[in-house]
Design a protein. Sequence first.
Length: 219
Amino acid sequence: MEKDRIVKTYVKGGKKIVIRYVKESDINDIGEVLKAWYKNLMAKGRARKADFDKKTRDWWLETAAGARDDSAVALVAEIDGNVKGIVEIGIDRTVTLVAEIDGKVRALVDVNGKSGTYSHSAEVGIIVVDKEYGFGRFPEGVVAETLLMSAISEAEKALKLELITLHTNSDNRSAIRLYIACGFMVMGEVPKSRKFYNGEYVGRLTMAKYLPGLPNLPE
């Protein structure tokens, strides 16, 4: 992975936005993004403190999936003295970009390439936090769409991808709008696939984006 490389720089709403590859010095900002994500889930009754370590660690370990080499650098995010996230830089099958807004990382996305007979595909995940818009919202044109499309473009070239998939809650309307705007299609839903601590059931959507060059796209 090309550490520190800037992919795109632009100004929107008076803010300077830089889309670039993740680097070691981002870890404190990434920790704050994870903390905001956690607080939002707690406020909705969709997470408990006891689950937070596992949820965030699993999320970050997915970022580290794929071939490892001697150039890999492990980053650890600490929140209140406890390890809350792990990410590795220098992984052959992973592309991780961040959106820096006025000098501070406020969003990140990773594209995790698969292997074997699935090596033409990858799974993407994105977290956006912006105090002006509130966590979990995806302000169109501000950062999320540009960040996601930049990551897809970079991963398509670096990993020779033909297909990218993702999963999201069926009630996450702002995220679904973002994904559709970026060319993803809803492939199916498992109703009531999640039951949160507040007793709420939520379905889970699978979405996919077929990249140019893949034959026989579904009708």
